[in-house]
Write a protein that binds this ligand. Structure first.
Ligand SMILES: *Cc1c(COP(=O)(O)O)cnc(C)c1O
Length: 224
């Protein structure tokens, strides 16, 4: 039996107070999620809208949900009323939809720009040039219902921690560059979301501010 509470307490000891933990709940049951909730966790993450909207109504209202996976524009409307952060903004079109749907709810949705830092082609994310193009566009400047709070990235899935470290450092550098260029006086642009179960220790060394962790807390997933 996986002892979720013990795993969490152990993990919490390794995470400094200024780093946020997103408890990644994909494939987990509401019962499992409630163990984490009752241990004091309030920030949870899902990578699929379908699963997020299936769970959210059955779980406590004070949970802050992060959408951490690739998001289709036609699904934004299902989460825009309550999602607390959209972490994987990887194209202008998505930002446009988030802005439009957030407006209907009279909200400003905090977002992170996802960058492609891994070697694998399969991972989503912007290049720095693409991000610069978005951030300097008139269209973006006029958006009143999205707030870009930082960057997010996923390292290559590998045991080579030197490589992971280089990729995280790259994301840190991107954060610095975007910050200087577009958000120099903006205190809310401060997040670097990097680090999962297999690489969170490396991420802590490289200056992460948001960890997204599932398996270390809940045990291995059967399917992803
Ligand atoms: C699944 C997932 C995680 C967490 O993965 P674990 O290895 O279970 O910690 C983090 N980020 C994203 C985007 C994910 O999809």
């Amino acid at each position: 039996m996986v002892d979720i509470k013990t795993n969490l307490l152990q993990l919490r000891k390794e995470i400094p107070e200024n780093v946020e933990l997103v408890v990644v709940t994909k494939t987990r049951t509401n019962e499992e999620i409630m163990v984490a909730y009752n241990a004091g966790e309030r920030v949870f993450g899902e990578n699929k809208v379908q699963e997020l909207i299936a769970k959210q109504p059955h779980l406590p209202d004070d949970i802050q949900w992060h959408m951490i996976g690739h998001l289709q524009t036609n699904k934004v409307k299902y989460i825009a009323g309550w999602v607390s952060m959209i972490e994987a903004v990887d194209r202008m079109k998505l930002l446009r939809y988030i802005n439009k749907e957030a407006k209907k709810h009279d909200r400003v949705i905090p977002c992170l720009l996802q960058f492609h830092i891994a070697e694998e082609e399969t991972k989503f994310g912007l290049s720095i040039e693409e991000a610069q193009e978005i951030l300097s566009s008139d269209e973006f400047q006029k958006m009143e219902h999205v707030k870009i709070c930082g960057v997010m990235g996923m390292a290559t899935f590998t045991d080579d921690m030197e490589k992971v470290s280089r990729e995280f450092r790259h994301l840190s550098n991107i954060f610095g560059q975007i910050k200087r260029q577009f958000f120099a006086d903006d205190k809310e642009f401060r997040e670097i979301s990097m680090g999962m179960s297999n690489d969170y220790k490396v991420a802590l060394n490289e200056g992460t501010t948001i960890l997204r962790i599932g398996s270390t807390i809940f045990g291995p997933r059967q399917n992803t």
